[in-house]
Design a protein around this ligand. Structure first.
Ligand code: NAD
Length: 256
């Protein structure tokens, strides 16, 4: 059980981050949810999660594109036994047409935020005598696709960062690993299915198989619950000697 541990999950008011937060809470951890908004529904989401699993759940607003706010998130959490660097955005364009501000935002949110939160969290983990850093990278941390230069660069970068942090903490009861999801069925992805059905004149199953999951040999999406379960495993005693590596949850994508 993760009772007594506090988990900070960046970018967790939707999608994978929320799924990871739910599984950590189910395992008994107190959780800190985060995004860059500060709406009543963000705080209500945390309250509902806390009530459902009988843990303390808070929502803290912090913009992961800003280094100082990344560090403030961890400081405001007060404890950070488990840090899940999940916040991320995407933009698709050829390199020579890639908007500079999109490049900068992707590198800041998908890569540099993890540097800032990890730098702030390690002293808290050392003081507590235990820690887990879990970086949500991507199959694009290990392979590339055209038109996703910033995303692929940031995700390869976070895999390298993961290895470095693991070496720096190797003799301590702290581990640092990256999870590399393939295509995950989040509300964002689900919302694209009707449009793709129209554009290609295909039914739902065909769009999923032939358009969305062409690179995922299982022809199935990974789920946010599976990513949450993988995160909980990395926090378990069984995973205490797993550090500085990647775990792919991609239906065979990177085996191709
Ligand atoms: P999502 O858009 O549902 O979630 C992204 C989260 O990050 C949201 O909670 C959003 O509010 C938050 N966020 C965005 N910008 C932020 C900022 N500046 N500050 C703080 N929070 C911010 O997407 P998702 O699919 O759940 O993606 C989560 C992570 O998983 C990302 O790092 C993404 O690259 C990675 N990933 C997703 C897939 C997939 O198929 N969905 C596959 C591989 C990796």
């Amino acid at each position: 059980s993760l009772k007594g541990k506090t988990a900070v999950i960046t970018g967790s008011n939707s999608g994978i981050g929320l799924g990871v937060a739910r599984e950590l809470a189910r395992a008994g951890a107190d959780v800190v949810l985060n995004s860059f908004t500060d709406r009543p529904e963000d705080h209500a989401l945390a309250a509902a999660l806390g009530a459902e699993f009988g843990v303390t759940a808070r929502y803290i607003k912090a913009d992961m594109s800003q280094g100082a706010e990344c560090r403030a998130l961890v400081a405001q959490a007060g404890r950070c036994d488990i840090l899940v660097n999940n916040a991320g955005i995407q933009h698709v364009a050829p390199v020579d047409q890639f908007p500079v501000e999109k490049w900068d935002a992707i590198i800041a949110i998908n890569l540099s935020s993890a540097f800032h939160t990890t730098a702030a969290a390690l002293p808290l983990m050392r003081a507590a005598g235990w820690g887990r850093v879990v970086n949500i990278a991507s199959a694009h941390g290990l392979t590339a696709s055209p038109f996703k230069s910033a995303y692929v660069a940031a995700k390869h970068g976070i895999v390298g960062f993961t290895k470095t942090v693991a070496l720096e903490t190797a003799e301590e009861p702290i581990t640092c690993n990256a999870i590399c999801p393939g295509y995950v069925l989040t509300p964002l992805v689900e919302a694209q299915i009707p449009d793709q059905m129209k554009v290609h004149g295909m039914d739902r199953e065909t769009v999923i198989r032939e358009v969305m999951l062409t690179r995922q040999p299982s022809k199935q999406f990974a789920t946010v619950e599976q990513l949450g379960g993988t995160t909980v495993f990395l926090c378990a005693e069984a995973a205490a000697q797993i550090t500085g590596t990647t775990i792919s949850v991609d239906g065979g994508w990177t085996a191709l």
